[in-house]
Design a protein around this ligand. Sequence first.
Ligand SMILES: Nc1nc2c(ncn2[C@@H]2O[C@H](COP(=O)(O)OP(=O)(O)OP(=O)(O)O)[C@@H](O)[C@H]2O)c(=O)[nH]1
Length: 456
Amino acid sequence: MSAAAVAPQQDLEDESLLHEALLQFLYLAPIGLTQTSIDGEISLINPLCAELLMPLLRGAELNNLFDALSSVAPDLAHRARTYAPAHGKICEGLEIHVSGGMDGKGAQILGLTLLKLDDTRLMAVLDDITQVVQRERELRHTQAWIQSISTGLLDVSYALMSLDAEGRVQGWNPGIRNLTGSEAEATVGHSYANFYPGGDTGGTRAAERLQEADRTGWSLEEGWVRRTDGERFWASCLIAPVSLDRAEAASTAERMYSLVIRDISEHREANEALRRSIWTDHLTGLANRRAFFEAAGTAMQRCARSRLLLSVVLFDADRFKAVNDTHGHAAGDAALRHLAAGLLATFGPDDVVARYGGEEFVVLMPGATAQVAHAVAERFRAHMASHPVTVDGVSLRCTVSAGVASAGKGVADIDVLLQRADTALYAAKAVGRDQVVDWNEAMVLRGRAAAPRAPR
Ligand SMILES: Nc1nc2c(ncn2[C@@H]2O[C@H](COP(=O)(O)OP(=O)(O)OP(=O)(O)O)[C@@H](O)[C@H]2O)c(=O)[nH]1
């Protein structure tokens, strides 16, 4: 045999050995491998790769890689076609989410690396990375916990949960049991909405809060949270997206959040006290001027919308200077408290009773005609005239004068209404005090009552 005749034979043997070795390698490789044409036609495939692609075929034959992956990675063929370099990585570690199987297991995630070998051939490396991704998620959870703990949340009076993209609780700390009485079994896997102010407010609002957290960086709400024993507490609930580098790149389905619930009942009581002090007159406990104007604005709008009348009565204690001068300021204060209590007892729950100034009081009566307002004001006047208050054993009789005005057509402004009531009150004083006078068109308006709205 000549050397020339032997050489091609040797080449052929070498090539077939090489091919055999490649097949062997493909067959034994612990990852899915397939060689395809540029259009994805499969020329070589190992069993693991075929196994990984099988759930995606839905009965079709496994001839083309891009066809097999079309439902989960539809742009792959395009990416391969438009990849310009002569060879290289078309994509690396592309996460392909295969929807959950009929066996009830969670979604499988494949990692795909696609290599261009030359102008005619591609090599795909496919791996089941479900557990790797799961581990990464767990790591992110852990980091979320560490983040929260490092910002001073070691105290178990905080309930701390990690949430998945759907708002389901993924992890929890013992603070949840302390605060709400809930155990882990009843918590993990369920919507966080159960722990939110107002209880289970339905999926839409729960999702809205997560969206708000995505948009603005956090979502904060306060409200009552019910404990499993039926008790409730005032809570502040903060949702924040877990901001890890990978989370930015992660798909929406992979987003995660942390939820912190704090019992702020004491804080609320302090706020409530502050609120009360802002809106309440210290001496009498009635609404103050500021509260009156707030309530009046709302009531005027409501009555205008439903075409209801609205009346205002201004009261002023008669010759009060003399009470102070004769019996002392403390006795005057007692007389004012007596007057306030009488007003509350006389007017209805829908009426707004407020201290308007020193010895002046105002009542807003939504839905009341001038006649009704006059009648109730008259009842109060008569009560004050016939019920003296006893201070330090001394009986003080303190009468009041009143002016009544009603908002009918053309009066949409509380200032105008008060100005009319004040004009009528002035008239009541002028005709001898201890009177109730209604405003009428013949009266010349006094300019005083359109008063500034600063709190006293
Ligand atoms: N004790 C006490 N007196 C007050 C308070 N606020 C206002 N006054 C007094 O109420 C008196 C009001 O006096 P005037 O405005 O002269 O009116 P009046 O004496 O009531 O006379 P007429 O309104 O004309 O009937 C003043 O002496 C004020 O000091 C208060 O909070 N406590």
